[in-house]
Design a protein around this ligand. Sequence first.
Ligand SMILES: [Zn+2]
Length: 65
Amino acid sequence: MTPMLTRTAPIPPTGADRCDRCGAQAKIRVVLSGGDLVFCGHHARAYDETIRTMAIEVVESDSPN
Ligand SMILES: [Zn+2]
């Protein structure tokens, strides 16, 4: 997926970011037209298909855990 508009790069989730669904440490940030959401690894997989459909951009956490 190639964004059509130039925009600032989204910031990868940090240790302070918590999954919007369960509160676990966030592993990915999903950029949507209306804002950002962060998800843990579990919910990233759970919503994988929706994320691929909806997301403008997805950034993964830099940290291995
Ligand atoms: Zn979660």
